[in-house]
Structures are given as structure tokens and as C-alpha cells.
Ligand binder design. Structure first.
Ligand code: UGA
Length: 442
């Protein structure tokens, strides 16, 4: 099938590449001509494992094309996906200006029946608004309102695993108002449903809510286990053992129960805030969401407080190494990353901060530049030279496998604050480290 995608950000690009891999002919549109030129040359503007080989292959086959205007797209596309950003506006509400702009472009462009797919994360009720806007525009062009159906098709892609999540999904959710649109969506996803992946069709509002509820549920699980971790510290229990103990109950499951410095990224914080804004709009309760945000904020503060306490309240002149700036491993994304808050606080309190991250260092440099007190390292061992303490903030594999003997020899004092429970407390103690983790005692 011929498919158009508006927006070559993270979601748009992954969607385009994967739909081409599923056998469709895809044209991706973005107003950013520099980005389009980069993509046309076969390079991905983001780091995502597995993306570039598919991009190269389908560009060469001609099944994936990049254009800077919708006018350059085939007129007979069966579906056009809207995959533009919905940043958090003031008070947490999602800013829909890019989505509505894309809807207007589509309404001006189409001449035959097209399914418009809302892939961007939009608040409940928005897909209906997009539909109304497009159909009204079609009418004003003297065309039938029935030329366009708008469906909701939220994404559940994890950064770093996005290709796998798209091509081997736990489920595909589609919100529809018309059976004709449902059939088009079933055809688009047939290569996946044929392999046994489920497609769940529902109404528009439930589909939109599913996206927010999924992210809010996952975020609340993280805050839940972080609160339990605090209780474990207070009572002498070990949160890693508790995680095993509860996670093996099939009703609970083992995932998203890793205690740490809390969640970050471009999705959980934004989507939880947007859902709270929806709750305010409808005068509904959001107490679990509020608690989720509050615990997440506290988790970063508690981690820093442990370091300050170790140094008797003053970080002035202390050499602190931070391992990991990305909001999670396998990505160079530092949006809302816990490390950013922590580094800022360390610098404000007069510490000298040495930073290492396998790939996110250039982004960290964009944020902190050459602020006095900060140094950047491409080698994790050089970063710990002479350090008074090491704070592990992102659970990259390279840290998990680090040569801790070498780390110990390099540091001024062997003190590790393990913000992701990567190291075993007993082993660390036996190796001669002062080791502090989240919700565990040595
Ligand atoms: C998240 C969801 O997992 C995706 O399903 C969703 O599609 C995506 O948001 C989105 O809305 O676009 P992502 O932000 O890429 O994906 O990252 P996650 O892997 O979910 O991790 C989020 C944060 O939670 C990270 O900071 C991670 O370190 C933290 N986390 C995760 C924990 O602290 N503990 C855990 O047990 C799991």
C-alpha cells in the first residue's frame, strides 16, 4: 500500500522505516529540509539500534522516500500518518499546533478517500477534533466529507528497542469511527497480524486513553517500587529481593519494577503531566498520578542527599564522577534525564564534576558547555581519576561490566553511589568499596 508520514521525528521515522519493511511504499515528509537531505543521503538523525540498515535498504529499493512537502507525495496514498510532536505546553497540556497544522496540509492535499492516522500522542477527544477540522476543510473545497476518515493509532515504542517494538508488538491499538477505515488499518498491519500479533480495534477515545494509561501505569510502577525502596532502606529489607518476590506473581510480573533514581525521558514526564491536565479539565481525580510525579521528584533529591550526607553536608571542592547522562541505556536522549538535575545540583553546591556517557556526551555538552567545574570524558576510567565519589546514574552495560579493581585504583576514595542498583552490595563491600544503592544494604 502507498503510505505517507508527516513528521520524521523519532516516531515518524521509525514508523516509516518499519512500514517499508512490512512491504509498503512509504513517503516521509518533513518541513525541515536539512533533515530531509540527511535522510536522503541514508543517514539517520537519531541513534536507534537497527534503524540505519533498514533506512539504507529501503531507500535503495525506492520503497522509502523523503520529501520536504506533502505536494511531492503520491496522490493515491491509502493512508497518511500524522507523527509530529506534541510538546508539553504551559501547565502540562499537550501543545497541538503541529498536529493541527499537519491536519490542515492533509485536508488541502487529498482528492480521494484517505485514512488519516493520528500516531502522535494526543489528549482524549483530539482525534475527533482533527477529523472535524479535515472534513470541514474538504467541504469548503467542494468535496465530500466522506473523503477522509481519521483514526487513532497510538505508538508503544521504547527508545532503543523501537524497531523491535514496532515489528513485534505486544498489541496494535486502533481507534476508529468507520468500518471502511478499520479495513484499511487491518490491511496496513496485516503483515504483523498474520504472524500472530494482535490488533485491538476500539472507539477513538478509548484508543487515545490507552496510550496515556499505559505510560502512566508504567511510570506509577516505577514510583511504587521506588517508594518501597525507601521503605526497604528504613526497615533493612532489600528491594531487589522484594522485586523478585513480588515480580514472580504472574498478576504483578517482573517488568518496570527496577528501583533507581527515577524515570526520565520525553514520554513519561510529558504524558503523566498531560493526563493530569485532562483530569483537571474534567474535574476528575488524579491522586495516583500526582503521587507518581512527587515520588519521582523525591527520588532524585534522596539520591543527592545520600551523597551530601556522606560528605557531612558539603560538596564544596569534592571531585564527583557521574557515569551516565542519557535518561536510560542504549539512547543518546537526555531529555528530562535524572542526570541533568543531579549534575546541576552538584555544580551549584561547588563540586567538580567529571562526566562520562558512552554516546550522550555531545548532548550533555550542549546543556552544560564549559561551565566552570565540569569536565567531559570519553573513557569511564579516566573520568574516575582522583574522584572522591562515583555516582552511577544510567545503567549502561559498559558500567555493569566495568573493571572495578581499576576503578578503585583510580579513585581518590573508593565510594560508589549506585543509582540503578547495578552492583551487588556484598561484592562491592568485599572489593573494598563504600557502596550505597537504592533500597539495599551492604
Ligand atoms: C516509554 C514506554 O515504555 C513506551 O512504551 C512508550 O511508547 C514511550 O514511552 C512513548 O510514549 O513514546 P521510553 O520513554 O523510551 O518508552 O523509555 P522506557 O524504557 O519506558 O524508560 C523510561 C524511564 O523509566 C527511563 O528513565 C528508565 O530508566 C526508567 N525505568 C524503567 C526505571 O526507572 N525502572 C524500570 O524498572 C524501568
Amino acid at each position: 500500500m502507498k503510505i505517507g508520514i508527516i513528521g520524521t521525528g523519532y516516531v515518524g521515522l521509525v514508523t516509516g522505516v518499519c512500514l517499508a519493511e512490512m512491504g509498503h511504499e512509504v513517503t516521509c515528509i518533513d518541513q525541515n529540509t536539512a533533515k530531509i537531505q540527511l535522510l536522503q543521503s541514508g543517514q539517520a538523525p537519531i541513534y536507534e539500534p537497527g534503524l540505519e540498515p533498514l533506512l539504507t535498504r529501503h531507500s535503495a529499493l525506492g520503497t522509502l522516500q523523503f520529501r520536504s512537502s506533502i505536494a511531492e507525495m503520491a496522490e493515491d496514498a491509502a493512508a497518511i500518518f500524522i507523527a509530529v510532536g506534541t510538546p508539553s505546553g504551559a501547565d502540562g497540556t499537550a501543545d497541538l499546533s503541529f498536529v493541527l497544522q499537519a491536519a490542515d496540509q492533509i485536508a488541502d492535499f487529498i482528492t480521494r478517500y484517505t485514512v488519516v492516522v493520528a500516531k502522535s500522542t494526543v489528549p482524549v477527544g483530539t482525534t475527533r477534533v482533527i477529523m472535524e477540522r479535515i472534513q470541514a476543510k474538504l467541504e469548503s473545497r467542494g468535496l465530500s466529507r466522506k473523503l477522509a476518515d481519521v483514526v487513532s493509532n497510538p505508538e508503544f515504542l521504547r527508545e532503543g528497542k523501537a524497531i523491535e517494538d514496532f515489528l513485534q508488538p505486544d498489541r496494535i491499538v486502533v481507534g476508529i469511527e468507520s468500518q471502511q477505515a478499520a479495513r484499511v488499518m487491518e490491511q496496513i498491519y496485516e503483515p504483523l497480524t498474520k504472524k500472530g500479533h494482535s490488533l485491538i480495534v476500539m472507539d477513538l477515545r478509548s484508543s487515545e486513553m490507552t496510550k496515556y494509561a499505559a505510560n502512566a501505569m508504567l511510570a506509577s510502577r516505577i514510583s511504587f517500587i521506588n517508594e518501597i525502596a525507601e521503605l526497604c532502606e528504613a526497615t533493612g529489607a532489600d528491594v531487589e529481593k522484594v522485586r523478585l518476590g513480588i515480580g514472580s506473581d504472574h498478576r504483578i510480573g517482573p517488568f518496570f519494577l527496577s528501583a533507581g533514581v527515577g524515570y526520565g525521558g520525553s514520554c513519561f514526564p510529558k504524558d503523566v503531566a498531560a493526563l493530569m491536565a485532562t483530569a483537571r479539565e474534567y474535574q476528575a481525580s488524579s491522586s495516583i498520578l500526582q503521587a507518581t510525579v512527587e515520588v519521582n521528584r523525591r527520588q532524585r533529591k534522596r539520591f543527592l542527599a545520600k551523597v551530601a550526607e556522606y560528605f557531612h553536608g558539603s560538596l564544596e571542592g569534592k571531585a564527583i564522577t557521574v557515569w551516565g547522562v542519557a535518561f536510560k541505556p542504549d539512547t543518546d536522549d537526555i531529555r528530562e534525564a535524572p542526570a541533568l538535575d543531579l549534575i546541576k545540583s552538584l555544580l551549584n553546591e561547588g563540586a567538580a564534576v567529571s562526566i562520562h556517557d558512552p554516546i550522550a556526551l555531545p548532548h550533555a555538552k550542549q546543556v552544560f558547555g564549559d561551565r566552570p567545574g565540569i569536565r567531559y570524558f570519553n573513557d569511564p576510567y579516566e573520568a574516575v581519576q582522583g574522584a572522591h565519589a562515583l555516582m552511577l546514574v544510567t545503567d549502561w552495560d559498559v558500567y555493569r561490566k566495568a573493571d572495578m579493581d581499576l576503578v578503585k585504583k583510580s579513585m581518590n576514595k573508593p565510594v560508589v553511589f549506585d543509582g540503578r542498583n547495578v552492583f551487588d552490595p556484598v561484592q562491592m563491600k568485599n572489593a573494598g568499596f563504600h557502596h550505597y544503592s537504592i533500597g539495599r544494604k551492604a
